[in-house]
Design a protein around this ligand. Structure first.
Ligand code: COA
Ligand code: MG
Length: 291
Protein backbone atom coordinates (compact mmCIF):
# COMPACT_ATOMS: atom_id res chain seq x y z
CA UNK A 1 0.00 0.00 0.00
CA UNK A 2 1.12 3.57 -0.74
CA UNK A 3 2.18 5.53 2.36
CA UNK A 4 -0.39 8.03 3.63
CA UNK A 5 -0.09 11.43 1.95
CA UNK A 6 -1.99 14.15 3.72
CA UNK A 7 -4.41 15.97 1.46
CA UNK A 8 -6.40 17.71 4.19
CA UNK A 9 -6.21 21.17 2.69
CA UNK A 10 -5.90 21.60 -1.07
CA UNK A 11 -5.89 25.21 -2.24
CA UNK A 12 -6.79 26.40 -5.71
CA UNK A 13 -4.58 29.23 -6.92
CA UNK A 14 -5.49 30.83 -10.25
CA UNK A 15 -2.41 30.75 -12.52
CA UNK A 16 -3.37 34.24 -13.67
CA UNK A 17 -3.22 35.82 -10.18
CA UNK A 18 0.33 36.97 -9.41
CA UNK A 19 -0.47 38.17 -5.90
CA UNK A 20 -1.95 34.81 -4.99
CA UNK A 21 0.94 32.93 -6.63
CA UNK A 22 3.44 34.93 -4.58
CA UNK A 23 1.81 33.60 -1.39
CA UNK A 24 2.27 29.90 -2.13
CA UNK A 25 5.57 29.40 -0.29
CA UNK A 26 4.19 30.72 3.02
CA UNK A 27 0.99 28.67 3.13
CA UNK A 28 0.48 25.58 5.28
CA UNK A 29 -1.82 23.65 2.98
CA UNK A 30 -1.03 20.04 2.05
CA UNK A 31 -1.42 20.64 -1.68
CA UNK A 32 -1.84 23.41 -4.21
CA UNK A 33 -3.87 23.23 -7.38
CA UNK A 34 -2.62 25.77 -9.89
CA UNK A 35 -5.73 26.49 -11.93
CA UNK A 36 -5.70 27.02 -15.68
CA UNK A 37 -9.42 26.28 -16.01
CA UNK A 38 -12.46 28.02 -14.48
CA UNK A 39 -10.56 30.65 -12.48
CA UNK A 40 -8.80 31.93 -15.61
CA UNK A 41 -10.68 34.02 -18.17
CA UNK A 42 -10.43 32.89 -21.83
CA UNK A 43 -8.36 35.95 -22.76
CA UNK A 44 -5.78 35.05 -20.07
CA UNK A 45 -5.48 31.31 -20.76
CA UNK A 46 -2.23 31.37 -22.72
CA UNK A 47 -0.48 33.89 -20.47
CA UNK A 48 -1.53 31.77 -17.46
CA UNK A 49 -0.03 28.64 -19.02
CA UNK A 50 3.22 30.52 -19.65
CA UNK A 51 3.52 31.24 -15.92
CA UNK A 52 3.99 27.56 -15.09
CA UNK A 53 7.77 27.60 -15.55
CA UNK A 54 8.15 30.36 -12.95
CA UNK A 55 5.70 28.70 -10.59
CA UNK A 56 7.53 25.36 -10.65
CA UNK A 57 10.93 27.04 -10.37
CA UNK A 58 9.71 28.55 -7.08
CA UNK A 59 7.79 25.57 -5.73
CA UNK A 60 7.70 25.41 -1.92
CA UNK A 61 10.62 23.63 -0.28
CA UNK A 62 8.34 22.09 2.34
CA UNK A 63 6.21 19.04 1.60
CA UNK A 64 3.35 20.32 -0.52
CA UNK A 65 1.96 18.52 -3.52
CA UNK A 66 1.81 20.62 -6.67
CA UNK A 67 -1.09 19.83 -8.97
CA UNK A 68 -2.21 21.69 -12.07
CA UNK A 69 -5.81 21.80 -13.25
CA UNK A 70 -5.93 21.84 -17.04
CA UNK A 71 -8.74 22.79 -19.38
CA UNK A 72 -10.82 19.94 -20.79
CA UNK A 73 -9.00 18.06 -23.55
CA UNK A 74 -11.89 18.86 -25.89
CA UNK A 75 -11.47 22.62 -25.36
CA UNK A 76 -9.14 24.73 -27.50
CA UNK A 77 -6.55 24.87 -24.69
CA UNK A 78 -6.67 21.35 -23.26
CA UNK A 79 -4.10 19.55 -25.42
CA UNK A 80 -1.50 22.33 -25.17
CA UNK A 81 -2.10 22.67 -21.42
CA UNK A 82 -1.40 19.00 -20.95
CA UNK A 83 1.88 19.01 -22.88
CA UNK A 84 3.04 22.16 -21.14
CA UNK A 85 2.18 20.87 -17.66
CA UNK A 86 3.71 17.42 -18.18
CA UNK A 87 7.15 18.99 -18.69
CA UNK A 88 7.21 20.28 -15.11
CA UNK A 89 6.49 16.81 -13.67
CA UNK A 90 3.84 17.96 -11.20
CA UNK A 91 2.61 15.57 -8.51
CA UNK A 92 -0.73 15.55 -10.24
CA UNK A 93 -2.70 16.84 -13.20
CA UNK A 94 -6.32 17.57 -12.37
CA UNK A 95 -8.71 16.90 -15.24
CA UNK A 96 -11.88 18.94 -15.40
CA UNK A 97 -15.27 17.76 -16.68
CA UNK A 98 -14.31 14.08 -16.68
CA UNK A 99 -17.27 12.02 -17.94
CA UNK A 100 -16.02 8.52 -18.76
CA UNK A 101 -13.04 6.22 -18.03
CA UNK A 102 -11.87 7.00 -21.57
CA UNK A 103 -11.22 10.62 -20.57
CA UNK A 104 -8.62 9.39 -18.07
CA UNK A 105 -7.14 6.74 -20.35
CA UNK A 106 -6.63 9.20 -23.21
CA UNK A 107 -4.71 11.61 -21.01
CA UNK A 108 -2.68 8.73 -19.58
CA UNK A 109 -1.69 7.75 -23.13
CA UNK A 110 -0.55 11.30 -23.90
CA UNK A 111 1.56 11.32 -20.71
CA UNK A 112 3.07 7.92 -21.52
CA UNK A 113 3.85 9.02 -25.10
CA UNK A 114 5.62 12.08 -23.71
CA UNK A 115 7.63 10.07 -21.17
CA UNK A 116 6.07 11.70 -18.12
CA UNK A 117 7.39 9.76 -15.09
CA UNK A 118 5.02 7.49 -13.18
CA UNK A 119 5.08 9.97 -10.30
CA UNK A 120 2.82 12.27 -12.34
CA UNK A 121 -0.63 11.17 -11.17
CA UNK A 122 -4.06 12.02 -12.52
CA UNK A 123 -6.75 13.61 -10.41
CA UNK A 124 -10.30 13.85 -11.75
CA UNK A 125 -13.01 16.44 -11.13
CA UNK A 126 -16.35 14.78 -10.48
CA UNK A 127 -18.58 17.64 -11.50
CA UNK A 128 -20.98 16.52 -14.20
CA UNK A 129 -24.10 14.33 -14.15
CA UNK A 130 -22.38 11.95 -16.54
CA UNK A 131 -19.37 11.53 -14.26
CA UNK A 132 -21.72 10.55 -11.45
CA UNK A 133 -23.53 8.03 -13.61
CA UNK A 134 -20.19 6.50 -14.64
CA UNK A 135 -18.40 6.89 -11.34
CA UNK A 136 -17.96 3.19 -10.55
CA UNK A 137 -16.24 2.53 -13.87
CA UNK A 138 -14.07 5.63 -13.55
CA UNK A 139 -13.03 4.73 -10.00
CA UNK A 140 -12.14 1.18 -11.04
CA UNK A 141 -9.17 2.64 -12.95
CA UNK A 142 -7.65 3.39 -9.54
CA UNK A 143 -6.93 -0.35 -9.20
CA UNK A 144 -4.57 -0.18 -12.19
CA UNK A 145 -1.45 1.88 -11.38
CA UNK A 146 -0.81 2.26 -15.12
CA UNK A 147 -3.89 4.52 -15.30
CA UNK A 148 -2.13 7.01 -12.93
CA UNK A 149 -5.53 7.83 -11.37
CA UNK A 150 -5.01 8.77 -7.70
CA UNK A 151 -7.67 11.20 -6.53
CA UNK A 152 -11.21 12.45 -7.13
CA UNK A 153 -12.21 16.06 -6.47
CA UNK A 154 -15.86 16.99 -5.97
CA UNK A 155 -16.83 19.90 -8.21
CA UNK A 156 -19.88 21.08 -6.37
CA UNK A 157 -20.33 24.42 -8.14
CA UNK A 158 -20.54 22.75 -11.55
CA UNK A 159 -22.82 20.03 -10.19
CA UNK A 160 -25.22 22.64 -8.86
CA UNK A 161 -25.12 24.45 -12.19
CA UNK A 162 -25.64 21.32 -14.31
CA UNK A 163 -28.36 19.67 -12.23
CA UNK A 164 -30.41 22.61 -11.03
CA UNK A 165 -30.39 21.57 -7.36
CA UNK A 166 -30.57 24.33 -4.81
CA UNK A 167 -27.31 25.04 -2.98
CA UNK A 168 -28.18 25.23 0.74
CA UNK A 169 -25.84 25.72 3.73
CA UNK A 170 -26.34 22.09 4.78
CA UNK A 171 -25.83 20.86 1.18
CA UNK A 172 -28.81 18.55 1.60
CA UNK A 173 -29.41 18.03 -2.13
CA UNK A 174 -25.75 17.38 -2.84
CA UNK A 175 -25.07 14.97 0.00
CA UNK A 176 -26.37 11.85 -1.79
CA UNK A 177 -23.97 12.49 -4.67
CA UNK A 178 -21.10 13.36 -2.35
CA UNK A 179 -21.59 10.08 -0.51
CA UNK A 180 -21.66 8.23 -3.83
CA UNK A 181 -18.30 9.80 -4.67
CA UNK A 182 -16.79 8.69 -1.36
CA UNK A 183 -18.07 5.15 -1.90
CA UNK A 184 -16.70 4.95 -5.44
CA UNK A 185 -13.35 6.39 -4.39
CA UNK A 186 -12.99 3.74 -1.66
CA UNK A 187 -13.91 1.01 -4.15
CA UNK A 188 -11.12 2.24 -6.42
CA UNK A 189 -8.57 2.92 -3.68
CA UNK A 190 -8.57 6.65 -4.47
CA UNK A 191 -8.40 9.72 -2.29
CA UNK A 192 -11.58 11.82 -2.25
CA UNK A 193 -11.58 15.58 -1.75
CA UNK A 194 -14.65 17.61 -0.87
CA UNK A 195 -15.76 20.60 -2.96
CA UNK A 196 -15.10 24.26 -2.18
CA UNK A 197 -17.02 26.64 0.08
CA UNK A 198 -17.59 29.86 -1.85
CA UNK A 199 -18.34 31.97 1.24
CA UNK A 200 -14.74 32.47 2.38
CA UNK A 201 -15.58 35.19 4.90
CA UNK A 202 -17.83 32.95 7.03
CA UNK A 203 -15.25 30.78 8.78
CA UNK A 204 -17.76 29.40 11.26
CA UNK A 205 -19.90 27.97 8.47
CA UNK A 206 -16.72 26.75 6.84
CA UNK A 207 -15.57 24.85 9.94
CA UNK A 208 -19.00 23.19 10.09
CA UNK A 209 -18.78 22.17 6.45
CA UNK A 210 -15.29 20.72 7.02
CA UNK A 211 -16.56 18.68 9.98
CA UNK A 212 -19.41 17.36 7.86
CA UNK A 213 -17.01 16.48 5.05
CA UNK A 214 -14.74 14.62 7.47
CA UNK A 215 -17.74 12.75 8.89
CA UNK A 216 -18.81 11.78 5.35
CA UNK A 217 -15.41 10.17 4.85
CA UNK A 218 -13.62 12.71 2.69
CA UNK A 219 -9.82 12.81 2.94
CA UNK A 220 -9.70 16.58 2.74
CA UNK A 221 -11.26 19.66 1.27
CA UNK A 222 -10.54 21.85 -1.72
CA UNK A 223 -10.17 25.50 -0.76
CA UNK A 224 -10.35 28.85 -2.51
CA UNK A 225 -8.79 31.16 0.10
CA UNK A 226 -5.80 30.94 2.48
CA UNK A 227 -8.08 31.77 5.43
CA UNK A 228 -9.67 28.33 4.99
CA UNK A 229 -6.45 26.31 5.43
CA UNK A 230 -6.26 26.00 9.21
CA UNK A 231 -9.83 24.80 9.68
CA UNK A 232 -9.39 22.14 7.00
CA UNK A 233 -6.07 20.95 8.48
CA UNK A 234 -7.78 20.56 11.84
CA UNK A 235 -10.98 18.91 10.64
CA UNK A 236 -9.30 16.29 8.46
CA UNK A 237 -6.62 15.34 11.00
CA UNK A 238 -7.44 12.54 13.45
CA UNK A 239 -9.25 13.97 16.50
CA UNK A 240 -7.36 13.65 19.82
CA UNK A 241 -10.14 11.50 21.31
CA UNK A 242 -10.07 9.15 18.32
CA UNK A 243 -6.29 8.86 18.64
CA UNK A 244 -6.50 8.06 22.35
CA UNK A 245 -9.09 5.39 21.59
CA UNK A 246 -6.92 3.94 18.80
CA UNK A 247 -3.96 3.72 21.19
CA UNK A 248 -6.12 1.85 23.73
CA UNK A 249 -7.16 -0.67 21.09
CA UNK A 250 -3.56 -1.16 19.99
CA UNK A 251 -2.34 -1.58 23.57
CA UNK A 252 -5.10 -4.06 24.36
CA UNK A 253 -4.25 -6.31 21.42
CA UNK A 254 -0.55 -6.23 22.28
CA UNK A 255 -1.18 -7.75 25.73
CA UNK A 256 0.12 -11.34 25.90
CA UNK A 257 -3.28 -12.62 27.05
CA UNK A 258 -4.93 -11.27 23.87
CA UNK A 259 -2.25 -12.45 21.43
CA UNK A 260 -4.28 -15.21 19.82
CA UNK A 261 -7.70 -13.61 20.10
CA UNK A 262 -9.83 -12.33 17.24
CA UNK A 263 -12.21 -10.44 19.46
CA UNK A 264 -11.83 -8.90 22.89
CA UNK A 265 -13.84 -6.83 25.31
CA UNK A 266 -12.54 -3.31 26.00
CA UNK A 267 -14.31 -1.01 28.46
CA UNK A 268 -17.59 -2.82 27.84
CA UNK A 269 -17.33 -2.77 24.05
CA UNK A 270 -16.58 -5.45 21.51
CA UNK A 271 -13.30 -4.84 19.69
CA UNK A 272 -12.22 -6.98 16.76
CA UNK A 273 -9.00 -7.22 14.77
CA UNK A 274 -10.62 -5.03 12.11
CA UNK A 275 -10.73 -2.29 14.74
CA UNK A 276 -7.04 -2.85 15.37
CA UNK A 277 -6.34 -2.38 11.67
CA UNK A 278 -8.46 0.79 11.71
CA UNK A 279 -6.65 2.04 14.82
CA UNK A 280 -3.21 1.39 13.30
CA UNK A 281 -4.20 3.27 10.16
CA UNK A 282 -5.34 6.26 12.19
CA UNK A 283 -2.13 6.27 14.27
CA UNK A 284 -0.02 6.08 11.11
CA UNK A 285 -1.98 8.98 9.66
CA UNK A 286 -1.38 11.07 12.78
CA UNK A 287 2.33 10.24 12.70
CA UNK A 288 2.55 11.27 9.04
CA UNK A 289 1.08 14.68 9.69
CA UNK A 290 2.90 15.12 12.98
CA UNK A 291 -0.34 15.29 15.01
N1 COA B 1 -4.32 31.46 -3.12
C1 COA B 1 -3.33 32.23 -2.65
N2 COA B 1 -3.51 33.48 -2.19
C2 COA B 1 -4.78 33.95 -2.19
C3 COA B 1 -5.86 33.19 -2.67
C4 COA B 1 -5.59 31.88 -3.16
N3 COA B 1 -6.56 31.10 -3.64
N4 COA B 1 -6.99 33.90 -2.54
C5 COA B 1 -6.64 35.09 -2.00
N5 COA B 1 -5.31 35.10 -1.81
C6 COA B 1 -4.51 36.21 -1.25
C7 COA B 1 -4.85 37.50 -1.97
O1 COA B 1 -4.04 37.64 -3.11
C8 COA B 1 -4.58 38.55 -0.92
O2 COA B 1 -3.20 38.81 -0.94
P1 COA B 1 -2.62 40.25 -0.46
O3 COA B 1 -2.79 40.24 1.04
O4 COA B 1 -1.19 40.22 -0.89
O5 COA B 1 -3.44 41.29 -1.15
C9 COA B 1 -4.91 37.83 0.38
O6 COA B 1 -4.88 36.42 0.09
C10 COA B 1 -6.27 38.20 0.89
O7 COA B 1 -7.21 37.99 -0.13
P2 COA B 1 -8.64 38.68 -0.06
O8 COA B 1 -8.51 40.14 -0.31
O9 COA B 1 -9.32 38.24 1.16
O10 COA B 1 -9.39 38.02 -1.28
P3 COA B 1 -9.42 38.51 -2.79
O11 COA B 1 -10.59 39.42 -2.96
O12 COA B 1 -8.08 38.99 -3.20
O13 COA B 1 -9.71 37.16 -3.57
C11 COA B 1 -10.99 35.41 -4.54
C12 COA B 1 -10.92 36.46 -3.43
C13 COA B 1 -12.18 34.52 -4.31
C14 COA B 1 -11.09 36.10 -5.90
C15 COA B 1 -9.68 34.57 -4.46
O14 COA B 1 -9.60 34.05 -3.17
C16 COA B 1 -9.53 33.47 -5.49
O15 COA B 1 -9.30 33.73 -6.66
N6 COA B 1 -9.63 32.18 -5.07
C17 COA B 1 -9.42 31.04 -5.91
C18 COA B 1 -10.50 30.89 -6.93
C19 COA B 1 -10.33 29.65 -7.76
O16 COA B 1 -9.23 29.19 -7.99
N7 COA B 1 -11.44 29.08 -8.26
C20 COA B 1 -11.41 27.90 -9.06
C21 COA B 1 -11.69 26.68 -8.27
S1 COA B 1 -13.23 26.67 -7.45
MG1 MG C 1 -15.62 23.02 -12.51
Amino acid sequence: MEPYRPRRSVLYVPASNDKALAKIAQLSCDAIIIDLEDAVAPADKIAAREKLAGIFANRPARRCEMVVRVNALASEWGADDLLAVAKFEPDGILLSKVATPRDILEVGDVLDDNFAPDSVKLWAMIETPKALLNIGAIAELGRDPASRLACFVAGTNDLVKDTGVLATPDRRYLVPWLMQMVLAARAGGLDMLDGVSNDFRDLEAFARECAEGAAMGFDGKTLIHPAQIDAANRAFAPAPAALAEAQLVKDAFSLAENAGKGVISLNGKMVERLHLAQAEKLLAKAAAIGA
